[in-house]
Design a protein around this ligand. Structure first.
Ligand code: HAM
Length: 403
């Protein structure tokens, strides 16, 4: 019988990757808390309708990539493809919209999209995200971008920021009309032709080269913004300039989710191959309303954790890892006691098998220990322990009491 394998596009995270993964989540959480965000954990399984209404039926995520099924109670449910919709569902369900004021939450966890797996593109992947509700000021958009920059800088990850404004209900409908009129004069791929009907702005970010050539003279949303959107977009760029955040305005950046208004952005890296987006987000001032709540402004982002793992540079720590072992049967109780005492302050590795000196040393080195302490017959007799610092190579016999 063949052994069971993990599903295609789904990975175990272990060893150095899991070290980096927890390091990343821990430090991003600390930064988010500094900006006033509190942790939220939402269910991984939600009603399918939640994503249809928020991410949008015309998006690839909803139309092609959802892990949806009918559960035993005949409910249409799916594994969440992203984190924003669940957070907004919580916000409305708990009447935070009616309470008013500002609410800021962060989350991390698995997301599921039935995509074609390749480097940097998984079917189960993890995001770290933040969502801010109740703050219409463009300073909040800028703050979010500064926070992501702080996170990426913390891990010494280089990035490029791409920025756009998608307008709002005042300017977007007119822009869409002009765009559709223009698109109808072009020769585009099948996907694009379908999108002219369902969501014309998605045509702008078609990856097909011949479509991009055709689209060269398409009207730009940034030339059609109403006064309020234009003022906010200008202010956002000004704040980023003042704070030394470089960006590139990309009027074709429309994002693959339908809920954005005004600010949309993506952080990209040149060092991870074709799937270069490491974080994405923007403003979604209509989403609370789309999900049945009182109109409330919102803005947020999510970082894709797997794509970043190979880019993270861990700050040097001087963490000591101690390995304690027994070289004779009658030393095991003493070793057990020493391990438990030392664990109150230090990371301790051990092995309860009686082993010779060099076997223990080997074992300790393999597991990344920086200090080795061993007890054998001789040490038991004299109440001592043999200690070696694997970094400085210094070795000593000291009393077990002092140890
Ligand atoms: P998104 O751009 O779809 O946005 O995903 C955010 C990030 O998740 C991407 O930039 C990428 O790093 C990572 N990602 C997406 N798909 C995959 C995949 N198949 N494999 C590996 N990594 C992936 C959102 O999900 C929005 N909810 C972000 C947001 C929050 N907007 C406002 N608030």
């Amino acid at each position: 019988m063949a052994n069971i394998q993990s599903l295609r596009g789904m990975k175990d995270i272990i060893d150095n990757d899991s070290e980096l993964f927890t390091y990343f989540v821990e430090n991003c959480s600390n930064i988010a808390k500094k900006y006033g965000y509190g942790y939220i954990e939402t269910p991984i399984l939600e009603e399918t309708a939640l994503f249809k209404r928020s991410v949008g039926e015309s998006s690839d995520i909803v139309s092609k990539e959802m892990y949806n099924f009918t559960d035993k109670g005949d409910h249409e449910v799916c594994l969440r493809p992203e984190g924003t919709a669940g957070v907004v569902r919580w916000f409305v369900q708990n009447k935070k919209d009616k309470a008013g004021g500002q609410h800021r939450v962060f989350y991390h966890g698995p997301m599921f999209r039935y995509e074609r797996p390749q480097k940097g593109r998984l079917r189960e992947f993890h995001q770290f995200g933040c969502e801010s509700f109740g703050e219409p000021s463009v300073y909040e958009d800028a703050t979010i971008i500064l926070m992501i920059s702080e996170m990426l800088n913390f891990f010494k990850i280089g990035f490029k920021l791409q920025l756009n404004s998608l307008g709002d209900q005042n300017c977007m409908p007119q822009y869409k009309e002009n765009l559709v009129e223009h698109l109808n004069t072009l020769t585009l791929c099948e996907d694009c032709n379908r999108r002219i009907e369902s969501n014309p702005i998605r045509v702008l970010d078609c990856k097909n080269e011949s479509c991009q050539n055709e689209l060269k003279n398409a009207p730009k949303i940034t030339d059609s913004l109403c006064e309020s959107c234009d003022t906010d977009f200008t202010k956002l760029k000004e704040i980023l300039d003042t704070n030394g955040i470089e960006y590139e305005v990309d009027s074709n950046l429309v994002r693959g989710l339908d809920y954005y208004t005004k600010t949309a952005f993506e952080f990209v890296s040149n060092n991870i191959g074709a799937q270069s987006a490491i974080a994405g987000g923007g403003r979604y001032d209509r989403l609370v309303e789309f999900l049945g709540g009182k109109p409330t402004p919102g803005v947020g982002f999510a970082i894709g954790i797997e794509r970043l793992l190979e880019l993270i540079v861990k700050n040097e720590t001087n963490e000591k890892i101690l390995y304690i072992g027994a070289m004779s049967q009658n030393a095991i109780d003493t070793v057990f006691c020493a391990v438990n005492t030392k664990r109150k302050t230090t990371k301790v590795l051990t092995d309860y098998k009686v082993r010779g000196f060099s076997k223990h040393l080997n074992n300790a080195q393999k597991q990344g220990a920086t200090l080795v302490a061993l007890i054998g017959e001789d040490e038991m007799e004299h109440g001592t322990i043999w200690v070696k610092d694997l970094e400085t190579k210094e070795e000593n016999k000291i009393s077990i009491e002092d140890f």
